[in-house]
Structures are given as C-alpha cells and as structure tokens.
Design a protein around this ligand. Structure first.
Ligand code: NAD
Length: 353
C-alpha cells in the first residue's frame, strides 16, 4: 500500500502527524504500508512557486492512495488565482480523475449535544453522501455572463452523460453494499431533463444490484427530510451541485466539523482521503485542532482503496472508545469532559488501537 502523504498548510501538519502515527502502528502490526511525503497548497507555493508541483504530481500518480491534511491560509489570498493553494486541490482532483466524493455524516451518541438538532433526532446518525465531483453545472459549457438586449445575462449548463451517471451510480450501489443496502438517489426530475436522465440511468443500474433497495427523492424534499428525520437515510447519491449543498447540510447535522472524514475516488477506487474541514489558520500551531477527522479518513482509505475492512473498523472503534472515555478536543468539549490537545488525542487513539 503506497500512500502519498500531503500535510498542506495551517493545522494540516499537526493533524496529519496523528494520522501517520495510526498508519505506522498498523504497519508495525503487519500491514504492508509505505509512506512518502510531498507538498501541496501554500507550502508548495512557498517552496516551488506552484500549489501542485510536478514532483507532487508524480508522487500521487505513483501512489495507491493519498492522505491529505488541508490547504490554504490568509497569507495566500492575494496571490493570482493560479498560484492559490485551492488550485492545488482542484488540480490534484483532476489529475487523479477523482469523480466520486464520499462524505459520511456520523454523529457518535457521545456527541449528540454538539448538534443544533434535538439529540433524539440525530443521536446515532450515520449517513453517507455520494456526490459526483467532476461534471454537472459546475463544469458544463456554454457558460458565461454576456450582454443581451441591453442587459447582462448570466448562464450555465447542467449536463450529464449516461456514462458519467452510471459510473457514480455504481460507486453508490457498491457503497450501499458495504453498509445497510439502502440507496436514495436525489434529483429534480420534475423540472430538469438532465436529472430525468439521472433518474432513468440510476434505475437501470439498480438491475445489477438486486440486494440494494433503491428509492428516489426530489432535492427540495431531500433537504427538508435531512433536517426532519435524517436517520431514514443510509446512502444518498446525487450530482455535483445538489451534492455540494446536501453534503454540507448533512455534515452540519453533526455539529462537529473536526470529526468528519471524506474520500474522493477514481474508477479503480484509488482515492484521496482528507478531513472535511479546512486548514483552520486561526488555531494552527496551538495543539488544539481535532485530529479525529484525519484519523477517520485513514479508516476510509483502508476500507475503500485497500479493502482492509478489519483495520478500518479497528480505527473507528478506537475513536469510539476514546470518545466514550470522555476525551475531547476544544471543538467538541463539554462540561464534565477531559480537555485534550491534538497530540494527546492521538496518544489516546493509539492506546485504544
Ligand atoms: P476551516 O474549516 O479551516 O475552519 C472553520 C472553523 O472550524 C474555524 O473556526 C476552525 O478553527 C474550525 N476548525 C476547522 N477544523 C478544525 C479541527 N480539526 N479542529 C478544531 N477546529 C477546527 O474553514 P475556513 O476558516 O473557512 O477556511 C480556512 C482556510 O482553509 C481557507 O484558506 C480555505 O480556503 C481553506 N480550506 C481548505 C479546504 C481543504 O483543504 N480541503 C477546505 C475548506 C477550506
């Protein structure tokens, strides 16, 4: 298992260090893991004047999976767009053809009070949102703002080919198979032809997965149901724009951004694994960042790229154990809990592991 490790900026190096400690522990238990570090984002701009240098491109192409911290920081905001750290993210996703974004929203019972919703609505929540990442209205042509009849008009194109829909549908059905075998596909077929095709192709693909129960939901209803009764969902699949919005909504149900991992996969389940949060420059270098989203991203890597379910569960159970022992970083801290820093949280996970 060749893993490229890109710590990035801000809290990136701190949280990645804890993720690497977990991988190193698994390696000493016998998993054949090779780690190699590289630069992405602001740190790459500083040293190579490019947020995604050629050497990093080579490293990630040769690796089986990538573990990423986060990129960005206020010191880079004034740079030309091509030099900004976030361009590194877009380019690495493109270079690796990562079309499937998997974002779980899990609320551990111990953290039920962190959500803004009533504990009985969200406690034990465990949803996976599968978002198509490289198509849809975000990339569709033609697009632009132009002058028509003496006024400015803005326009974009919502477009999906059946090949694009089918490949993300397969990822979603296979993901459902690794969970509770329930898949809800989200579209807006009552208004948009593009999403009528989405519904047709997802329905056709379902024939290959008779063991998975497929349902469909319109996106406006899905947004409402996520707040009303989120536990009705297991896996949801949707296009790039709807997925952008729904995955943020779902992650906020949990109230704790420092807890949420994510995976972006290509056709062969090679993937980039990273916490859902950013580089948090406001808390960088202070040993207060929560490393659990990164550690849980390592678990996703073992499950989705390497098919090491047992090792993935071991990590996830260790995180649960640490939470049940009431260890908390500042972002998830509450009365009666034990406040720990980034490193101490890593220590606790390793001990549980
Ligand atoms: P952010 O996610 O970095 O931070 C939002 C808030 O959450 C901050 O108060 C931060 O302290 C807190 N937070 C985030 N992660 C945390 C953790 N692990 N533990 C405890 N608290 C945590 O979002 P932002 O402030 O909007 O963006 C900061 C920078 O990150 C920007 O440069 C942005 O472009 C970049 N960014 C990068 C990614 C990525 O690398 N994938 C994603 C989003 C934002």
């Amino acid at each position: 298992m060749k893993i490229a490790v890109l710590a990035g900026d801000g809290i990136g190096p701190e949280i990645i260090t804890q993720g690497v400690r977990v991988l190193t522990a698994l390696k000493s238990d016998g998993l054949k893991i090779e780690l190699e570090s590289g630069l992405l984002g602001g740190c790459a701009v500083d040293s190579a004047a490019d947020p995604f240098p050629e050497v990093t491109c080579k490293l990630v192409n040769e690796a089986d999976a990538v573990l990423l911290g986060a990129v960005g920081g206020p010191q880079y905001d004034a740079l030309p767009r091509s030099k900004r750290p976030e361009q590194g993210l877009l380019r690495i996703r493109k270079a690796l053809n990562l079309f499937a974004n998997l974002r779980p929203a899990i609320l551990y019972p111990e953290l039920a009070n962190a959500s803004t919703l009533k504990p009985e609505v969200v406690a034990g929540l465990d949803i996976m949102i599968v978002r198509e990442l490289t198509g849809d209205i975000y990339f569709g042509e033609p697009r632009g703002i132009e002058q028509r009849d003496n006024q400015r008009v803005g326009y974009n194109t919502m477009i999906y080919s059946e090949t694009e829909i089918r490949r993300i549908a397969h990822v979603a059905f296979q993901t459902a198979r690794k969970r509770n075998r329930k898949l809800c596909s989200v579209d807006k077929m009552n208004v948009l032809e593009c999403t009528q095709l989405w519904r047709d192709v997802v329905t056709e693909t379902a024939n290959e997965y008779p063991d998975v129960t497929l349902s469909h939901m319109l996106v406006d209803n899905a947004a409402m149901q996520l707040i009303r009764d989120p536990k009705q969902f297991d896996v949801m699949v949707t296009g790039n724009m709807f997925g952008d919005i729904l995955s943020d909504e779902a992650s906020m149900l949990t109230g704790s951004i420092g807890m949420l991992p994510s995976a972006s996969l290509d056709q062969n389940n090679k993937g980039l694994f990273e916490p859902s949060h950013g580089s948090a420059p406001d808390i960088a270098g202070k040993n207060v960042a929560n490393p659990l989203a990164t550690i849980l991203s390592v678990a996703m890597m073992l499950r989705y790229t390497f098919n090491q379910e047992e090792a993935a569960l071991r990590i996830e159970n260790s995180v649960k154990k640490v939470l049940s022992k009431n260890y908390r970083t500042r972002d998830i801290f509450g009365q009666g809990m034990t406040l720990v820093g980034t490193i101490e949280m890593g220590d606790a996970v390793l001990e549980a592991l």
